[in-house]
Design a protein around this ligand. Structure first.
Ligand code: ATP
Ligand code: MG
Length: 316
């Protein structure tokens, strides 16, 4: 549906100065996709979806996906809370949220039981986009949590209390995880309904995936029965390489129900945006990366609505 379209679908007549070059076709394709997106309307269910973005492999695009999906969801009218569970604080940075050591953060929520509401900040990008920031103190939380009561449930409890107390609940809570299975990630898994896995379409993409699925199974069994892998998103895709195509095909074969049709291309704009304290949606909303993340966000909402409809029909 939102697949990278073939060039022949595009109307290149408006781009005559560039002729029928690959760039002209790419531009025409982007224009068509942008137009299609602008014409789309989405319906939110009114229920809060809590999604943990996880992959134990480092540098696969977890944080990039967390902040850009969050911003893309906000751009179509969803209320989104991003919880930064990574001591690196990259999600907080990308959302333009101050997170120096003296800022109240997720650390204070997990260790000192501060209410989430007291640490949440609104992103300068959108009124609909909020963030519970991480600070460097969170690195210590991994060890401090070990001796705490209900150490695996601290985020879940804080989030439940928060969702009960706010007048308008977010449509999405997106949790960005560090690339390890410590107590921070376990807290994220315990608090969530869904796991979203970004997969980098490169060598060894599937390495560690079975371990991750095994860990999700363990959490499901012992800590959080509602947890499931709902979404897989292919990132840093370079369609010119045979390898990227092969990895994408393999992932689609194994996880056809979970993989989004939208793929996120490798894009300089996407990698530049965080250094300006912005998501790619704000930094260059017309770029290929921004459009792909907006398509992915729409697809996530539509798939959920389709699932809800199927359940209703089954009940009828
Ligand atoms: P970590 O495991 O350290 O938390 P991560 O999985 O969160 O890493 P990111 O920080 O999101 O991964 O991305 C790793 C690097 O890849 C970053 O430099 C980011 O800018 C870059 N990157 C991510 N997605 C894209 C993309 N679509 N195009 C180009 N660069 C990208
Ligand atoms: Mg990260």
């Amino acid at each position: 549906m939102f697949h990278v379209k073939q060039a022949e679908d595009s109307d290149t007549t408006t781009l005559s100065p560039l002729g029928d070059s690959p760039i002209a076709r790419e531009l025409a394709d982007l224009t068509a996709r942008r137009k299609a997106l602008d014409e789309k309307t989405v319906t939110l269910t009114g229920r809060t979806r809590i999604i943990t973005i996880s992959n134990q492999k480092g540098g696969v695009g977890k944080t990039t996906t967390a902040v850009n999906i969050a911003a893309a969801l906000a751009s179509v009218g969803a209320r989104v809370l991003v919880i930064d569970m990574d001591p690196q604080g990259n999600a907080s940075t990308a959302l333009g949220i101050p997170h120096s050591a003296d800022v109240p953060s997720v650390y204070d929520v997990l260790i000192d039981e501060l209410p989430l509401a007291s640490i949440i900040q609104t992103s300068p990008e959108s009124e609909l986009l909020e963030c519970a920031p991480s600070t460097i103190h969170l690195a210590g939380a991994e060890i401090e949590l070990v001796s705490q009561v209900a150490r695996e449930h601290r985020l879940r409890t804080a989030l439940e209390v928060h969702l009960e107390s706010v007048a308008i609940k977010p449509d999405f809570v997106i949790i960005d995880c560090p690339p390890s299975l410590g107590l921070l990630t376990i807290n994220a898994f315990t608090a969530a309904h869904e796991v979203m896995i970004p997969i980098q379409t490169e060598y060894y993409a599937l390495e560690g995936l079975s371990q991750l699925l095994g860990n999700v199974g363990m959490i499901q069994k012992h800590l959080n029965p509602r947890l499931h892998v709902s979404t897989i998103i292919l990132t840093m895709y370079d369609g010119r390489t045979r390898l990227a195509q092969q990895v994408a095909e393999e992932v689609r074969t194994h996880f056809s129900a979970q993989v989004l049709e939208t793929v996120i291309p490798r894009s300089v704009r996407v990698s530049e945006a965080p250094s300006f304290g912005q998501t790619v949606i704000a930094y260059d909303g017309q770029s290929a990366g921004a459009i792909a993340y907006r398509e992915a966000a729409v697809e996530m909402i539509q798939r959920d609505a389709a699932k809800a409809d199927a359940v209703k029909e089954g009940d009828a």
